[in-house]
Design a protein around this ligand. Structure first.
Ligand code: AMP
Length: 280
């Protein structure tokens, strides 16, 4: 496994792999790797000849009052996990390597970026779309792997690749959960024991909604209220949104006749948590 910090070095490694006729899979991450990330890696390894993982806490996707400074940075440990998982290349650039002085070219996607995370975190998806475009240009992958955990992000990236004719395939990977249901996230490290226990109400609310759906409930209001009520029963969890929307366009719905997704975001103390479930 190679670990490089410079764009030119990454390009060299990729050039060699491509010369050898290898297909390239890219797993973009912000590091602090857990089993969720490693499942993306496993998917890439099984579908591609060469797997690159990028580790970059991207400053342009964080708002001024967000957790950019305290976001966990564990490169040594991440590299060990990647090596063990059979990763071929880690690309871990510095902020100045990615955003040179005078950098001023942005990728903005409409529609799906304007709701939920886009509303709460203005500029977030502009940062995400821009950094992913840069990573796609640097690594030139055949396939890039994104977690369904960040559902809206996945939709934004799929839309960007389709609308801008980017020559790669986006491969979604299902949410990986802890045994007790909590969706794995690098931000779970911020939670105290008590907060972590309370956070279980997120996956519980989605599980209850799925059960109701599987038992034939098709009224979106009923399902949404069930989720709200379940989360509200736990003290100290502030709901940002808990909405059931069209799974592709993320627009509100009156009846359920196509795939829908329940999107959740809450704040627990200073930690923001998201989760979701697709009902089809
Ligand atoms: P992050 O490092 O949080 O930016 O995540 C990097 C990639 O890993 C994104 O595509 C995430 O959606 C994905 N990911 C993070 N957590 C999980 C999880 N629990 N299950 C599946 N994918 C995940």
């Amino acid at each position: 496994m190679k670990l490089v910090h410079k764009i030119a070095e990454a390009r060299e490694v990729i050039k060699d792999a491509k010369k050898g006729g290898k297909t390239i899979g890219l797993v973009p991450t912000m590091g602090a790797l857990h089993q969720g990330h490693l499942t993306l890696v496993a998917n890439s390894s099984s579908e591609c000849d060469f797997t690159a993982v990028s580790i970059f806490v991207n400053p342009t996707q964080f708002g001024p009052n967000e957790d950019f400074d305290k976001y966990p940075r564990t490169l040594g440990e991440d590299a060990r996990k990647c090596e063990e998982a059979g990763v071929d290349l880690i690309f871990a650039p510095s902020a100045s390597e990615m955003y040179d002085e005078g950098f001023d070219a942005w990728v903005e996607i409409g529609g799906v970026t304007e709701v939920f995370e886009g509303k709460t975190r203005p500029g977030h998806f502009k940062g995400v779309a821009t950094v992913c475009t840069k990573l796609f240009n640097i690594i030139q992958p055949d396939k890039a792997y994104f977690g369904v955990k960040d559902y809206q992000q996945l939709k934004v990236i799929q839309k960007m690749v389709k609308d801008l004719n980017m020559p790669l395939e986006i491969r979604p990977v299902d949410i990986v959960r802890e045994a007790d249901g909590l969706a794995m996230s690098s931000r779970n490290k911020y939670l105290s024991r008590e907060e972590r226990r309370k956070a279980l109400v997120l996956s519980k609310s989605l599980r209850l909604a799925k059960e109701a759906y599987d038992n034939g409930e098709r009224n979106p209001d009923v399902l949404q209220k069930l989720v709200y009520a379940t989360i509200s029963a736990e003290k100290d969890i502030e709901i940002d949104y808990a909405s059931i929307v069209d799974a592709e366009k993320l627009t509100s719905i009156k009846t359920i006749d196509a795939s829908v997704v329940i999107l959740l975001a809450v704040k627990e103390g200073t930690t923001r948590l998201i989760d979701n479930i697709v009902l089809k």
